[in-house]
Design a protein around this ligand. Structure first.
Ligand code: 13P
Length: 287
């Protein structure tokens, strides 16, 4: 059964660790992440961007797949199915499709409009026991064709959004989606600390988890980050393992072309990445 992400993230905040949100793209991805979470006895959040949802044919398919997989694989650790960077319409569609958590990304609106839309979605999500994440200060990098500038969120705006009753808050602190450029300045811990002080202990979300050095991850957790999103790193690991398999000519040996064999190294690479992140985030044995 799916659970909302509220309880697992409040526990993470109180226990000074973070729960990973790993984005899914297909059945193999979902299976690899769920099995690793179970093996690690860790809570987990499966993230679905609008683009990935569309790729998997729609939110209803995703919701049905994840819920059935939890049952068939006998997954007993807490699992939340979460919309990543949703529009107002995506958020409503995911609530209707049976997701247990949503993110409304109103960071590109003026703060008043972000507040108005977030307020409405908080009421709708909470009436159904669904958790809701909101965002202030757009996260840089490119995701689904949308490029953010990597803003540093204003603590006063963060407070305004946190006070609307959302369950966790994504705030830009110089983090970006995808690979970090060589001249990246790192996370702005001063900004993170101010945001943490201003938002009354609400669990904070760090997007763009790919490629952030371990010491920065640990420091971010110590300053109130309780949820860390990872997407690109699993994609890179999957692609590298698949490339090696094909380059070694293994798809030409015996029945090596069978998708169950062809995709197996990539799946193992996703599992290894997820395991490593769960260990770094401190969520192992916190189910
Ligand atoms: P990365 O792709 O950089 O890991 O970011 C993931 C993310 O923040 C999803 O919202």
């Amino acid at each position: 059964m799916l659970v909302s992400a509220t309880e697992m993230l409040n526990k993470a905040r109180d226990g000074h660790y973070a729960v990973g949100q790993f984005n899914i793209n297909n059945l193999e991805w979902t299976k690899a992440i769920l099995q690793t979470a179970q093996e690690m006895n860790s809570p987990v959040i499966l993230g679905v961007s609008a683009g990935a949802g569309k790729y998997m044919t729609g939110y209803k398919t995703v919701s049905a797949m994840v819920q059935s997989m939890i049952e068939d694989l006998k997954i007993t650790v807490p699992v939340a199915l979460h919309l990543d960077h949703g529009t107002y319409e995506d958020a409503q569609a995911c609530i209707a499709a049976g997701f247990s958590s949503i993110m409304f990304d109103g960071s590109h609106y003026a703060i008043e409009e972000n507040i108005a839309k977030t307020t409405e979605l908080v009421a709708l999500a909470h009436s159904k026991g669904i958790s809701i994440e909101a965002e202030v200060g757009s996260i840089g990098g490119e995701e689904d064709g949308v490029i953010g500038a990597g803003e540093i969120a204003d603590p006063a705006e963060c407070k305004k959004i946190a006070d609307l009753g959302i369950d966790f808050l994504a705030a830009g602190i110089g983090n970006i989606h995808g690979k970090y450029p060589a001249n990246w300045k790192g996370l702005d811990f001063e900004a993170l600390d101010k945001i943490h002080q201003a938002t009354n202990g609400i669990p904070l979300v760090l997007h763009g988890g790919t490629g952030i050095p371990a010491d920065m991850i640990k420091k971010a957790i110590s300053l109130g980050v309780s949820k860390i999103n990872v997407n690109t790193e699993c994609q890179l690991a999957f692609a590298e393992a698949t490339r090696k398999y094909v380059e070694a000519g293994k798809d030409l040996e015996g029945k090596g072309f069978d998708p169950r064999k062809l995709l197996a190294p990539g799946v193992e690479a996703i599992k290894a990445t997820v395991k490593e992140k769960m260990e770094l985030f401190g969520s192992v044995n916190k189910a």
